[in-house]
Design a protein around this ligand. Sequence first.
Ligand code: UTP
Length: 297
Amino acid sequence: MGVTKAVIPAAGLGTRFLPVTKALPKEMFPICNKPIIQYCIEEAINSGIEDILIITGRGKWSIVDYYDRSPELEAHLAKKGNYLQLEKLRQLSRMANIHYIRQNEPLGLGHAVYCAKSFIGQNPFAVLLGDDIIKSDIPAIKQLMEVSEGTGSNVIGVQEVSERDVSKYGIIDPLHNDHDIYCVKDLVEKPSLKDAPSRLAIMGRYILNPSIFSSLEKIPKGAGGEFQLTDALKMQIKLEPIYACNLKGIRYDAGDKLGFLMATIEYALESPEIGLEFAQYLDTLYEKRKNMRIPFI
Ligand code: UTP
């Protein structure tokens, strides 16, 4: 059976974006006029996912509100005759079957995924990290599904990162490479450059078999004092093959200030509504800074 369920962990504290994340969930930061998590939801739906479980936590109510109906706003738009906006708003709450479970303490990504155990059942499922955006022709999670359908195995999305960035990610030790698909020999969470087995970093997209839950139950706390999904996958390698797929597309870590700004600029430039004006503004800004000899640090 194909993958029809997805889990989007969105209960993290967002410490890289403090102080704003003290009151606002980073998954709800807007890239143009859509929240970051919406890009993940659309990716899942465009890949054929029917049921999506969002892992929420304290202070994340705005995510639930966003996908709920909004009778007052709908009545207001209907009264004003703004039927286009009204339909767009209604579509949001009909997009997919969205479910929620609360992670009562942010104990790490591994723990967040474990919270989905009762929702998942017996079939493979997708995991999309709620602060990672992947801009691609074929939705990133669909790329992984194609590998998982062919192999019946767990599949991880990876991309090569610079030496400087290796210590920020889970890194795979690839056994061999066949058309951008690697058999994974080992995984290390946030290694130093000298301990990193490669520069192939895990990019927030996974297709997992439900057998992962028994490893998630056993792992001790790992890097950063958190229960790490990477550690459960490492345990799982001893029991079943894990593949990694080199994702085609541009990935933005929108939970990080720089990644968020890059995604904002890219999507704004492509917006039919504001793209042209925004590009002209960037040109002007660039020229101004160049003439004033303000360094682009
Ligand atoms: P991150 O490590 O990027 O999120 O987790 P974080 O912990 O919120 O970020 P920083 O490092 O403190 O800035 C990746 C995804 O997993 C979720 C996050 O919400 C994010 O979407 N997550 C993380 C959980 O759902 N629960 C957790 O305990 C940790």
